[in-house]
Design a protein around this ligand. Structure first.
Ligand SMILES: Cc1cc2nc3c(=O)[nH]c(=O)nc-3n(C[C@H](O)[C@H](O)[C@H](O)COP(=O)(O)OP(=O)(O)OC[C@H]3O[C@@H](n4cnc5c(N)ncnc54)[C@H](O)[C@@H]3O)c2cc1C
Length: 352
């Protein structure tokens, strides 16, 4: 198996933070996975393309970056089954499928990252999520050194959630993802921005519109490093929501099946006056308040200070605590945002 030591990770995270790890392993097949060292007493992190990852300090833990490649198409009477290696790029997969006449993923175009990471937070955009087309996941378990096939129902998919963040967390890694795409296809134009398209639009036309919309709103990480939405959209109880709506009648809200109410984190940040806010080399994006951007810092702790500042100011105005979607990684492995130290609090004295 390919491996390396004292490996720089600056080009392996979309925030472009300077970090390095003592060891990195690149398993590309089952035999190589079985050669991985025993990780039970080691801090480690499974890395895809690092577009949802923030290295919070210069030292990173041991890294495993799966290198399973390949796309296999099995055409059936009613649908296509497509099995894809975890290391394939997500957007390349979307384009590949559409070129082959396999429709379904067009609303998820231009989401950065690897195919193997897509199930982890059940990526979603423009009214579609990964789970809508998931058939099976091949998952390698470290303890038993065996591969397991998980059907979609095993994966507990929900909004930005799956079993891979919880019961299966750090117990194994995804090697392949299988999708089921029904041949009977209709465009999903329910989402704002796509409703201007006609019902007879092709999947490629939908994809092009999604690309145009995303490019106009979201900064390209290669130009302005970022990790997409930094915070999740918060979900509050019906009682909390009623109180909020009395104070802020225009507050955007999305009632959930269980009676709770989802809020738009971007609106909260914008209304708190933080859209376009910049502190030294980090800031809140000018067009999309949910995206924190790195103008040139090497330090993950600068992003942490900014995120804690945003969280504090939003909480002060709305009594709503934003929680990050991005994964925070230190030498000790993944960290909870709450416990991370804010070495240089922004505006602690004059803004709060
Ligand atoms: C500009 C921009 C826009 C974005 N827009 C969206 C969006 O619209 N919707 C959305 O949902 N997300 C969005 N994201 C977030 C990001 O694209 C997704 O989270 C993506 O799935 C991350 O892929 P990655 O390979 O870079 O993951 P990484 O950041 O490398 O890892 C993310 C998580 O997945 C785990 N992981 C990675 N590979 C594996 C594997 N093979 N097996 C097990 N665990 C694994 C990691 O341990 C980590 O916990 C955006 C990000 C950016 C930068």
């Amino acid at each position: 198996m390919q491996s390396n030591h004292n490996y720089p990770l600056k080009n392996n995270n979309s925030f472009n933070i300077k970090a390095s790890c003592s060891h990195i392993y690149f398993p590309s097949n089952l035999a190589e996975l079985q050669q991985l060292p025993d990780l039970t007493a080691t801090n480690f992190y499974i890395l895809g393309e690092g577009s949802n990852t923030l290295f919070v300090e210069e030292n990173a833990p041991v890294i495993i970056q799966p290198k399973f490649h390949g796309i296999n198409i099995d055409e059936q009477a009613e649908h296509f089954l497509v099995t894809v290696g975890a290391a394939e790029n997500w957007h390349d997969l979307v384009c590949f499928c559409l070129e082959k006449g396999i429709n379904g993923l067009e609303n998820l175009a231009l989401i950065p990252g690897s195919v193997g990471a897509a199930p982890v937070q059940n990526i979603g955009a423009y009214g579609v999520e990964f789970a809508d087309f998931c058939d099976e996941i091949q998952w390698y378990e470290f303890a038993s050194k065996t591969l397991h096939t998980l059907v979609k129902e095993d994966c507990d998919f929900a909004y930005r959630e799956s079993i891979f963040k919880h019961a299966f967390y750090n117990k194994g890694l995804i090697t392949h993802v299988s999708f089921k795409f029904p041949k009977a296809w209709q465009p999903n134009l329910s989402y704002a921005g796509l409703d201007s398209l006609v019902k007879t639009s092709s999947a490629t036309e939908v994809m092009n519109q999604v690309i145009a919309l995303r490019s106009s709103k979201l900064p390209d990480p290669k130009v302005l490093p970022n990790a997409g939405s930094f915070f999740k959209n918060p979900v509050v109880s019906a009682v909390e929501f009623t109180q909020l709506q009395q104070r802020f009648p225009d507050i955007p809200h999305y009632p959930q099946a269980n009676g709770e109410v989802k809020l738009a984190a971007a609106w909260l940040i914008d209304q708190a006056g933080l859209k376009g806010f910049r502190h030294q080399e980090v800031g809140v994006h000018q067009q999309q308040a949910l995206v924190l951007v790195n103008y040139g810092s090497d330090l993950g702790c600068d992003i942490i200070s900014l995120a804690k500042y945003v969280q504090r100011i939003v909480n002060k105005k709305f009594s709503v605590m934003l929680t990050p979607e991005v994964r925070m990684i230190s030498a000790e492995g993944e960290q909870s945002f709450i416990t991370l130290n804010d070495a240089n609090p922004i505006g602690k004295l004059h803004h709060d």
